[in-house]
Design a protein around this ligand. Structure first.
Ligand SMILES: [Cu+2]
Length: 660
């Protein structure tokens, strides 16, 4: 069973234990002796089952259980033991016909166990990992307050029935206990609340050195080359961000935010070594736009992150991006200002760089004869794949080499099936795989932001690209160019998923992955946290939301390792700017296929990924979830090189994923 399923099961058992302890307390208070005994036994059994589910989760990783092991279960264990001792003895006696009164102490103890069970569950959902003193103090005071209030109510002399099993202390002593207990509870709660306002350190070191005294470099000075490589051309583009009405392939018109009035924006293509120069103008996008080159390891000053590498480009303003096209492959660009709105509305486009090998400047690539760039994007509630011309049917003569460049520009993963031909996954996130084998009848899981290049030789029958197993959508290639003669596609939903960690042939890593200079752990979850100065039910990293998550400090040349853990029930496509990361393992199982260099990897519920990279691109880089609403809800931090500063922080350019 996957860790994700164990997390769900553990939540259910925890909920059941809350219900059982409350039921035991209530039935006991109502003097339903036989029922109370049965429910109490059930509560104890469910609690023991819970110990089991927590133990299983603990074996999957300490991150999944820390607050349960250190706080939730001990609170429940202590309160539950007292409850069993006080109430159990009484109930057994009552069963034998000796006394049937209401055991005040027992009721209070059983309900206190219920509060403890509830507090543990709430801590898991609202605070998570890591457990803090603040959370512990507030939880314990909550349980204490519950116990005191319950004692007041239960022990109130209303009705005046003397309890057969428990002797009540004199009124004055009870008052004293009440006052003293109240004081402790209030003090603990106050201390816990106060501690929660303590700011985190501004930076984490990951076990490496702290900041040095080296001279500061501003990201504003970390700009791209001004000229192409020898023999390269200059590729000039103007991207004008503006609102426009766009006609979808379906014929419907939508109000979009566009680059140059088109969705997707113009495809930017180059041959390796060319200079890409893009002038971004903002016509009328409120607040601002930028262009971020997703997966393209540009110098930091070209990275397009408002508030970090530049100011957002306000309506009427412009900004010029200039960098050499040194990486070959399939990439994309998109706004990074309030991107959870902007990208969804259409501010994105493809970036494709082809190898130069032997070709002259300006000469178009002659590689595959059918080479389609296919951004997959949800517009007007429909997943579109056709690109700008809206065509979903393409001719391809039998024997023609075909390359399909899939780009997931949405915030959710997509399932891709290529039906009708064996194929290879030639590249992932723009980087070629090592000896990718031919596969067929498999599904591909394409993370948000990710890219796959699929290559095959066109057979003499139709080929279909199916997205999310919707056989009526997607793309078709026809050998005779005739769509009508194509065969009906079989159901693709049963096809197994291709595991890219076991695909292709291994190769020696370019650095010693066991010798990291820094190791950062990011535990992803939901919880109550401050996001942009406001409390929110946030998407958190180590219990905090942007910008209160400490920066990760690295030094140029460091080998950096990330452990990314997903405690939540949602998928988080993790995306580091400026560097591809090498996948080391998933859930402790090493990657055994081709070295997998990616800029976005999907961490699904319960998963733990280990990745590594070499810090060779100085700057201040965003490190975030590429489910863009998640980033907006706090799941975003910065990787900062020692000695690099930004003049744009806190400026009207806004924070990287936010804005109104
Ligand atoms: Cu996410």
């Amino acid at each position: 069973m996957t860790t994700g399923l164990w997390i769900i099961l553990d939540h259910l058992v925890a909920l059941l234990s809350v219900a059982a302890w409350f039921a035991a307390g209530v039935t006991l208070a109502l003097r339903r002796t036989r029922l109370a005994l049965a429910v109490l036994i059930a509560a104890v059994l469910v609690t023991l089952v819970r110990v089991g589910t927590v133990a299983v989760l603990a074996s999957r990783g300490w991150w999944f259980v820390q607050e349960k092991v250190l706080l939730g279960l001990p609170m429940l264990g202590a309160a539950g033991t007292v409850a069993v001792l006080l109430a159990g003895r009484h109930l057994l006696a009552a069963r034998r016909g000796r006394g049937d009164g209401r055991p005040a102490g027992g009721v209070v103890a059983v309900l206190t166990a219920a509060y403890a069970a509830l507090a543990g569950l709430v801590v898991t959902f609202l605070a998570g990992y890591p457990l803090t003193w603040s959370t512990a103090l507030i939880s314990v005071s909550f349980v204490g307050a519950g116990a005191l209030l319950t004692a007041r109510v239960v022990a109130a002399p209303a009705g005046g029935t003397a309890d057969a099993g428990v002797t009540q202390p004199p009124i004055s002593r009870r008052r004293f206990i009440g006052w003293a207990g109240g004081a402790v509870v209030v003090t603990a709660a106050g201390a816990g609340a106060g501690l929660s306002f303590l700011p985190a350190g501004s930076v984490t070191l990951g076990g490496g050195r702290g900041r040095s005294s080296r001279a500061a470099v501003s990201v504003a000075d970390l700009r791209g080359a001004g000229s192409p490589a020898p023999g390269g051309a200059v590729r000039r583009h103007v991207l004008t961000a503006k609102k426009a009405t766009v006609r979808l392939p379906s014929g419907r018109e939508i109000d979009a935010w566009t680059y140059n009035g088109e969705v997707p924006g113009p495809a930017i293509t180059a041959t390796q070594g060319d200079l890409i120069e893009v002038r971004l103008r903002n016509a009328d996008i409120p607040d601002g736009v930028t262009v971020h080159w997703h997966g393209y390891d540009v110098p930091c000053g070209e990275d397009g992150v408002p508030g970090v590498t530049q100011l957002a480009v306000a309506p009427g303003a412009d900004f010029v991006y200039r960098f050499r096209a040194e990486q070959v492959g399939t990439y994309w660009y998109h706004t990074h200002y309030a991107s959870y709105v902007g990208v969804r509305k259409g501010l994105y486009g493809a970036l494709v760089v082809t190898p130069r090998d032997g070709r002259r400047a300006g000469e178009e690539p002659a590689a595959e004869q059918v080479d389609l760039t296919l951004p997959v994007h949800t517009l007007d509630g429909t997943v579109t794949i056709a690109g700008r011309d809206g065509r979903t049917d393409h001719p391809a003569a039998p024997g023609t080499p075909v390359r399909l460049r899939l780009i997931n520009t949405d915030s959710e993963p997509r399932r891709i099936v290529l039906a009708g031909t064996p194929f290879r996954v030639a590249a992932v996130d723009g980087r070629d795989l090592h000896q990718p084998g031919e596969v067929s009848d498999v599904g591909l899981h394409l993370p948000a932001g990710g890219r796959y290049d699929l290559v095959f030789v066109m057979p003499d029958t139709s080929v279909a690209l199916v997205v999310d197993d919707d056989r009526d959508s997607g793309l078709r290639l026809h050998p005779d160019g005739d769509a009508a003669g194509a065969a009906r596609i079989e159901d693709t939903s049963d096809l197994p998923e291709l595991d890219l960690l076991r695909y292709g042939a291994p190769a020696a890593p370019p650095f010693d992955i066991h010798d990291a200079d820094r190791h950062f752990t990011m535990v992803l979850d939901r919880g109550v946290a401050m996001v942009d100065g406001r409390p929110a039910y946030a998407q958190t990293v180590n219990g905090r939301g942007h910008p209160a998550i400490p920066d990760q400090l690295v030094a140029e040349g460091d080998i950096v390792r990330f452990t990314v853990v997903n405690r939540s029930l949602e998928t988080h496509p993790w995306h580091l700017h400026g560097h591809p990361v090498l996948i080391l393992s998933r859930d402790g199982t090493p990657s055994t296929g081709s070295p997998l260099w990616v800029d976005t990897f999907d961490v699904r519920p319960g998963e733990t990924w280990e990745v590594a990279f070499r810090a060779t691109n100085p700057g201040i880089w965003m490190n975030h979830c590429h489910n863009l609403p998640h980033a907006h809800q706090g799941m975003m931090l910065r990787l900062q090189y020692d000695g690099v500063t930004t003049p744009f922080a806190g400026s009207p350019g806004g924070s990287p994923g936010h804005g109104h």
